[in-house]
Ligand binder design. Structure first.
Ligand code: TXA
Ligand code: MG
Length: 349
């Protein structure tokens, strides 16, 4: 398949390009596009064949449901049933933005889009290109992250091209993603709201609106018997090719531990990478050193991590060590993704 690649001004998308992209989606085709979280791979959410194409283009298991993106609050009603009052409070506070809400679905949403579930995940993104595309597409765009299954979510147009050129009809290349991690997902279908995936909208922010909201127990990685409720959270994800370990502890002991392990790995002929706070980068001996931002700045770390993981692969790194970060706020989302990338391998130095 020939993929049309279009560069767009994120703040002022060319209406002719957006109209062409919308026409592709209305005709059952696929368009990758920027959002404030990560790039998405969009298709008509109400067309089961388009959903099937999304799974195929990504190489993704089809029991993993897609998020339906809207660009107007009045489009929520037709695709859902039982919208609780709290949803309107959350929407008023956080939409448009990096928050996905799960509702009971109406008959208009095909089971192919929801991976066979009778619930539907809905997000109203704030990115102007995403908004323009959704409106041009008829209002409902199903979009997973625009990566091949198993790769880190793309935060730059060039990574979307790397993964999807030749597999989709069009790629809209805008700015780098402002947030860098996927949206927070909150399930509103059980008695108490539950966070299924942590993100930029944090537990603390959500509690200001719904004091009873809690993190899904399946996210506490230490208990493997509890399954995460978002089907996508069970798959091995975001994995770099290299063998990755997170090292937690106080700065100096972390540096000493990592440098010792790197010396061992290098003497076995392996290429080593480190992901660390900018201030400590010089204290490491590694083949590739990537600064994650100022120590403790979880928002900056979130923005950078997926590009760094891809770069580790591009540079042929075999063994990766990453400094841990404190939980809480955006640190929870950052550590959630980092832990998955490391296949849950965490040591204390
Ligand atoms: O920020 C985002 O949410 C990005 C951008 C493109 O909007 N999209 C995204 O989609 O991250 P994806 O497909 O990579 O992740 C969707 C997650 C998966 O873990 C999936 O299992 C979960 O949402 N999900 C979708 N529908 C669900 C439902 N009805 N019930 C439970 N989990 C659901
Ligand atoms: Mg994804």
């Amino acid at each position: 398949m020939k993929t049309v690649i279009a560069n767009i001004d994120s703040n002022n998308p060319d209406p002719a390009v957006m109209e062409a992209a919308g026409r592709i989606i209305r005709g059952g085709g696929l368009v990758a596009f920027p959002t404030e979280t990560v790039y998405g791979l969009g298709g008509d959410a109400l067309n089961p064949e388009a959903s099937a194409r999304i799974y195929e283009a990504k190489g993704r298991p089809s029991d993993n449901p897609l998020i339906v993106h809207i660009a107007d609050l009045s489009d929520l009603g037709p695709i859902t049933r039982d919208v609780p009052r709290v949803a309107h409070e959350l929407a008023g506070r956080f939409w448009p933005g990096p928050l996905t809400l799960i509702f009971g679905k109406s008959d208009r949403v095909p089971l192919q889009t929801t991976g066979g579930l009778d619930t539907v995940a809905v997000r109203f993104p704030s990115d102007p290109v995403a908004g323009a595309l959704i409106r041009a597409s008829g209002g409902y765009v199903a979009a997973p992250s625009a990566n091949l299954s198993g790769k880190p979510s793309p935060t730059r147009g060039k990574y979307v091209i790397q993964d999807l050129d030749g597999r989709v009809d069009m790629i809209l290349c805008g700015d780098d993603s402002r947030i860098g991690l996927e949206s927070t997902i909150v399930d509103l279908t059980s008695d108490e709201p539950v966070i299924l995936r942590p993100g930029y909208v944090t537990l603390e922010m959500l509690r200001e609106v719904i004091p009873t909201v809690s993190l899904d127990k399946g996210l506490a990685e230490s208990d493997p018997s509890v399954r995460p409720k978002a089907p996508g959270m069970k798959y091995r994800h975001y994995a770099p090719r290299g063998d990755m370990t997170i090292v937690e502890g106080a700065g100096p002991s972390v540096t000493a531990y990592i440098n010792r392990k790197i010396a061992e790995a290098r003497s076995a002929g392996l290429r080593c990478g480190v992901i660390a706070a900018n201030e400590r980068l010089d204290t490491y001996e590694a083949d590739l050193k990537e600064g994650i931002g100022t120590d403790g700045d979880a928002e900056e770390a979130a923005r950078r991590i997926y590009a760094i993981l891809r770069n580790m692969d591009d540079e042929g790194i075999d063994v990766i060590f990453a400094e841990g970060m404190a939980d809480g706020g955006m640190g929870t989302a950052y550590m959630n993704r980092l832990t998955k990338a490391a296949g849950h391998k965490i040591v204390r130095a």
